[in-house]
Write a protein that binds this ligand. Structure first.
Ligand code: ATP
Ligand code: MG
Length: 178
């Protein structure tokens, strides 16, 4: 295998657990190889996630930003315009970050949800992915990845749920779920 650097578009989707955490695992691997990583969390905010504190230790080599406000009410007229504004602002930052070439890996966490809830147009995202600088890697997470994004992506993984502790009534565990 040659060592030629080629930026990949990676999609982590499907109903099973592991989409965001797999992206963070890749980020750790990237940082260890000297790559600079930006993770923008499209819908998350307000809740406290352990990874925010852990990542702070990496300084400007691995930056994680919560762009939402944590709880999003969605579905047609139910979608709060305030949340749409936050998604639009998150996308503006993501677009700038991808096209700037300043980051080696950009993770757009939960962006697939924002697209499937029609808070963000899939065509806008697809257009930027097609125009991205050659060497930039992008990971998009969230269920129901849009077909046009899947089409552009190089690597797509669908997490399949075999079982989840939640179904047994076990609540989200600190350090595992958040
Ligand atoms: P993780 O952040 O643990 O990798 P994820 O990104 O695959 O999960 P999301 O769809 O973003 O999953 O869901 C967010 C939250 O729901 C997380 O706390 C996650 O652990 C939990 N979760 C994920 N999959 C399931 C499932 N199949 N049933 C119940 N809860 C789930
Ligand atoms: Mg997730």
């Amino acid at each position: 295998m040659s060592e030629t650097r080629r930026g990949l578009v990676i999609v982590n989707t499907g109903p099973g657990k592991g989409k965001t955490t797999a992206a963070m695992g890749t980020a750790l691997r990237a940082v260890g190889n000297g790559l600079r990583v930006l993770m923008l969390q499209f819908l998350k905010g307000s809740w406290h996630y352990g990874e925010l504190d852990a990542v702070a230790a990496f300084g400007d080599k691995f930056v994680m930003k919560q762009m939402g406000r944590g709880f999003v009410k969605v579905g047609g007229a139910e979608t709060d315009p305030e949340d749409v504004k936050l998604v639009e602002a998150a996308w503006a930052e993501a677009e700038q970050a991808i096209l700037s070439g300043e980051w080696d890996l950009i993770i757009l966490d939960e962006i697939n949800y924002a697209i499937s809830y029609k808070m963000l147009g899939a065509e806008k995202v697809a257009d930027v992915l097609k125009r991205k600088p050659e060497q930039v890697h992008v990971i998009l997470t969230g269920r129901n990845a849009h077909p046009s994004i899947v089409e552009i992506a190089d690597t797509v993984t669908e997490m399949r749920e075999v079982k989840h502790a939640y179904q047994k009534g076990i609540m989200a565990q600190r350090g595992i779920e958040y």
